[in-house]
Design a protein around this ligand. Structure first.
Ligand SMILES: Cc1cc2nc3c(=O)[nH]c(=O)nc-3n(C[C@H](O)[C@H](O)[C@H](O)COP(=O)(O)OP(=O)(O)OC[C@H]3O[C@@H](n4cnc5c(N)ncnc54)[C@H](O)[C@@H]3O)c2cc1C
Length: 379
């Protein structure tokens, strides 16, 4: 029995858009308030593992995702010179693994919800709770009344700050670069995500739909470290000059304007995420390092689960408590494992690097099993 109808969603990223779709399909009236003037995602790719394509299937958008994405069969780790350390087949699930452009994924989610359910250019400031009602106040002066509110406003969530008053996220000493190009390296293995691990830095790439290659690099760096005066592309060409040939080929083939940089943060997992008829979702609830590629995948899981809980429980407080207990331990594990994986990349001494590479080779099947168990989860 549903008594709750109008759900305010703050933030229209992948988590907010997926929540709007899941709630709309579950019979609610979600409205997304997004601070950006346009619905958009950054120009980069994303890996959607089987735990996430399960959600796309439930939301009825998997076949569309397959049309604009690229099927992935293997996740391979290599030394910087290209010696294979671990090769994990990821095509053994009943669901596919897809490499997809973020904007394509984002569009798949929001184009299935009426356009007027996305209110753009509104920056959330604070909320007030009064009985069964929540009021959201925006910096523009707009005030909106709802039955419940979901904070899907990302890493530096304002909803989280107002709800929990906690500290800023933790910088984990990594800077990343992401690039897109149409160039496919001659030695690229179709269907593979290939990663290369070196001393305090790493590089990976995968194919997206429409023939695009997406690559990413990470290196240890102080927070907010500026680009080198020679520019991002030249800096990367120097950093990776003696690496496996495909790495340099990809950097060289990419326009400087298609290279993004991002510093990496997470938070130590903590509860609560919810207070009465307000809860958090995606990076607002459990930001993680991207080392396991699960941030957006778990935001999709959250969106589906929160809609199911609201459908099952008439009272949003009970629904959000159920949602939080279903999601906390799963996401805590992934946040912690992502941090551990990050530490493997934070090795500088040649001896430590050689030891890590040997261990990766020896522990191939253990790593593969732990990776697969994350993906075997069905929300
Ligand atoms: C380098 C890198 C690589 C990654 N690779 C992967 C991958 O392969 N697979 C994967 O699953 N994940 C990956 N991730 C993680 C993934 O990008 C995030 O976990 C995911 O985008 C989180 O989605 P979200 O909707 O929770 O937050 P966001 O995408 O941050 O969206 C939040 C939205 O809220 C809006 N907003 C913020 N504040 C306000 C406010 N006050 N009022 C209104 N609106 C507001 C923002 O404008 C934004 O649109 C990667 C991350 C990085 C940095």
């Amino acid at each position: 029995m549903q008594t709750v109808k109008k759900i305010i969603i703050v933030g229209g990223g992948i988590g907010g858009a997926a929540s709007a779709l899941a709630l709309h399909q579950a019979g609610f009236e979600p409205v997304v308030y997004e601070r950006a003037p346009h619905l958009r995602e950054v120009g980069a790719g994303i890996a959607l593992w089987a735990n996430a394509t399960h959600i796309l299937k439930n939301l009825g958008v998997l076949s569309d995702a397959l049309e604009v994405g690229c099927l992935t069969t293997n996740y391979q780790f290599n030394s910087q010179s290209g010696r294979e350390l671990v090769n994990i087949p990821v095509d053994g699930f009943e669901l596919p693994v897809i490499g997809i452009h973020r904007a394509e994924l984002h569009q798949l989610l929001w184009r299935n919800v009426e356009r007027e359910k996305f209110v753009l250019g509104q920056t959330f400031k604070r909320f007030e709770q009064e009985g069964k009602t929540v009021w959201a106040h925006f910096t523009s002066g707009l005030t909106i009344k709802g039955d419940a509110l979901i904070g899907a406003d990302g890493l530096r969530s304002r909803v989280r700050t107002v709800l929990k008053g906690d500290q800023p996220p933790v910088y984990r000493n990594f800077k990343t670069w992401r690039g897109l190009t149409d160039y496919v390296p001659s030695r690229y293995r179709p269907g593979y995500i290939q990663e290369f691990l070196g001393r305090g830095k790493g590089f990976g790439f995968m194919k997206l739909g429409k023939g695009q290659m997406y690559w990413y690099a990470a290196a240890t760096a102080p927070e907010a470290h500026p680009d080198a005066p020679v520019g991002r592309k030249k800096e990367l060409e120097t950093m990776f000059q003696d690496w496996f040939t495909s790495v340099l080929e990809l950097i060289t083939a990419t326009d400087e304007t298609n290279i993004l940089t991002t510093d990496l943060y997470d938070r130590v997992p903590s509860r609560p995420w919810s207070q009465q008829n307000i809860t958090l979702l995606g990076d607002a609830a459990h930001p993680m390092l991207p080392t396991l590629g699960q941030g957006a995948c778990t935001a999709l899981e959250d969106a589906f689960v929160v809609a199911q809980c609201l459908k099952e429980q008439a009272d949003p407080k009970a629904a959000f408590q159920q949602y939080e207990s279903l999601r906390f331990s799963r996401t805590k594990l992934i946040v912690e494992q992502s941090l551990q994986s990050g530490k493997m990349g934070d090795l500088h001494h040649p001896f430590s690097v050689a030891l890590r590479n040997t261990l990766l080779k020896l522990m191939g099947s253990t790593i593969s099993n732990s990776f697969k168990s994350l993906q075997a989860y069905r929300a």
